[in-house]
Design a protein around this ligand. Structure first.
Ligand code: MFK
Length: 546
């Protein structure tokens, strides 16, 4: 046998992640930091084990069996090993419970766990995100009976009592335009609400509960007439007969995740609140799941870079390791710099969410959270695809080979730009946030993050891009079509400005603690440019005609 290339090794995802370690040291009081360490260490161990296990076993997919041998409808879904382990990992390490603890740092501590657990969980984090979002929306509804019934299950620290919740919004009529929802809610003779309709993307169908949008019978058309309902899916050990699983989706990625098409044929349901404005009621859930999306996106970037960097130290080409080849080293450094900006923004959203929920914020910070949430989601979703694509190229042909485990990183990353709203839908959502106090809140925040910073170049580049964005908004404020056509460029500009200012704050802290690397990342990040504004063409018809 001739030359054999060693496989890339995954460094410990917690102990080797200097961005996460430094963030927690900077942001958490020492007592909380120490208390968190055991869970993060254990989740890092699990992630390392799961990577090894995936490398050494044949990949499995969930399987749906609709009928038993005797003709009874059973809709049984067999899950992969990581999914079977999901409830135990989640409850043992308080992945969800931590986020609802009574502390302004609760969300930061939750999302540090999510970041480490995500890839090892094989996207079990998708229904966990839904469960976290459902817990948040139910709390916000103030529905005491429901809060007392479900929160002990959703936030349980015991796998035996833990429940997963889904979010059933998407229908054939639209993943984005949920105002077209066709599912109907009807009251039976006993006054019980029941749902009838088809839900097209149900990623938590193995769960015990869900929040579902439906149109009460006789209500008008459009978004405002929709109501938000809570449903339970199980009758003891059996799935309720009014919930029928039609099939599992055959997806580009996230194949361990049993995403299903389902029918509701009179499933009992309970309204969360008033029988209208369901989208307004589900919005707290959307904003939480979009934060999960951003954290999961940076987890994919971290994994891709970590493997590519390890490989670059071992793989020799043209007489030296790849890491010593100037262009390869530059490519890895560029990926790292973009990742550090994305990391800073995603975790700021996570921390801010907890601070807003606990009322420990400056006056502008609730509006800031409303704006940064879609910005972080849309920008990290796209960046994850770019970084994962670049990373698999770092392995040459090996990166294109299925059983290296590398192509899966790219296929899975594509979901971040789609799940919980596409890039364009999120760009339009950021216009909603900008219509309020968003622009002022972002300027105030960037100024405070840059306060006392001696990197004049970064401060000036951020200010220039924010000024350009403000001029752009003023210029197009009265032309809705133009504003919408340019919303993506505007959103990318604002996301990058916020990320750069946060990275500057972190670089300043790191430099004073003896680590110059975040400052180097900031220089590269600014070097890529912050301004992505494009003036949309007044008339795209000519360009788009066949
Ligand atoms: C990981 C595994 C993945 C597996 C594969 C998955 C593949 C993909 C499956 C999917 O389908 S994911 C897609 C999930 N769908 C979405 O995320 C919804 C996308 N659409 C939107 O986000 C729309 O913006 C939205 C439906 C929320 C609203 O659009 P509308 O119908 O035009 O409603 P409208 O009138 O603008 O907003 C209704 C209310 O909600 C307003 O408040 P008021 O009633 O007080 O006026 C809005 O201000 C409020 N609202 C909307 N978005 C909000 C919000 N409030 C707070 N935060 C937000 N983000």
């Amino acid at each position: 046998m001739g030359f054999l290339q060693a496989a890339p090794q995954l460094p410990h995802p917690y102990r080797s992640d200097r961005s996460l370690l430094a963030l927690l040291d900077r942001a958490l009081p020492p007592g909380r930091r120490v208390a968190l360490d055991n869970d993060l260490d254990a989740l890092g161990d699990y992630a390392q084990m799961a990577w090894q296990r995936a490398c050494n076993t044949t990949r499995r997919k969930p399987a749906l069996t609709q009928w038993d041998a005797w003709g009874r409808r059973i809709d049984r879904i067999e899950l992969t090993t990581a999914w079977q382990e999901g409830p135990h990992l989640t409850t043992r390490h308080a992945v969800l419970a931590a986020g609802h603890a009574d502390s302004e740092h609760a969300r930061l501590e939750e999302f540090a766990r999510v970041y480490l657990y995500h890839l090892a969980s094989e996207f079990y984090t998708c229904p966990l995100a839904m469960t976290d979002g459902a817990a948040t929306a139910i709390k916000a509804s103030g529905n005491r009976e429901l809060i007392d019934r479900v929160l002990p299950h959703f936030l349980s620290r015991d796998a035996g009592t833990f429940w997963l919740s889904g979010q059933w919004m998407t229908e054939n009529t639209g993943g984005s335009d949920v105002g077209n929802t066709e599912t109907v809610a009807r009251q039976d003779a006993a006054g019980q609400w029941r749902l009838y309709g088809r839900k097209w993307f149900s990623s938590a169908v193995v769960g015990e509960a869900a929040l579902a949008l439906a149109r009460p019978e006789g209500a008008g058309a459009g978004t405002a007439a929709l109501a938000l309902f809570y449903v339970e899916t199980m009758d003891g050990e059996r799935r309720k007969s009014e919930l029928i699983i039609d099939r599992l989706k055959d997806k580009l990625g996230t194949r361990e995740l049993p995403t299903a098409e389902i029918h509701l044929e009179g499933l009992p349901a309970w309204p969360l609140g008033e029988l209208a404005h369901g989208v307004r009621q589900v919005a707290p859930m959307l904003n939480v799941t979009r934060t999960w999306n951003a954290i999961c996106a940076i987890a994919s970037m971290a994994r891709a870079i970590s493997l590519a960097r390890d490989y670059a130290t071992q793989r020799q080409a043209f007489g030296r390791p790849l890491i010593e080849q100037p262009l390869h080293a530059q490519t890895l450094a560029d990926m790292q710099a973009e990742f550090e900006g994305a990391f800073a923004l995603a975790f700021e959203v996570a921390h801010l969410l907890g601070r807003v929920e606990h009322g420990v914020v400056a006056p502008h910070e609730a509006s800031l959270l409303r704006l940064l949430t879609p910005l972080a989601k849309l920008w990290t979703g796209k960046l994850a695809v770019r970084i994962c694509s670049e990373a698999i190229e770092c392995f040459g042909g090996a990166g294109y080979i299925e059983d290296t485990g590398l192509p899966q990183l790219l296929r899975d990353a594509q979901v971040y730009a789609i799940w919980e709203g596409t890039t364009n839908v999120l760009s339009l959502d950021s216009l909603r946030a900008l219509a309020g106090d968003g622009p002022g809140a972002l300027r105030t925040a960037c100024a405070s993050w840059l306060d006392g910073n001696d990197n004049m170049h970064a401060a000036s580049a951020i200010k220039q891009s924010l000024d350009a964005a403000s001029r752009w908004i003023d210029q197009h404020a009265s032309t809705r079509e133009t504003l919408e056509a340019g919303a993506r460029g505007l959103a990318f500009t604002l996301a990058r400005c916020a990320a750069a200012a946060l990275l500057a704050r972190h670089a300043s802290w790191s430099s004073s603690h003896g680590d110059p690397r975040p400052a180097a990342a900031l220089r590269r990040f600014i070097g890529f440019g912050l301004d992505h504004l494009v003036t949309p063409d007044a008339d795209n018809t000519a360009l788009l005609s066949g």
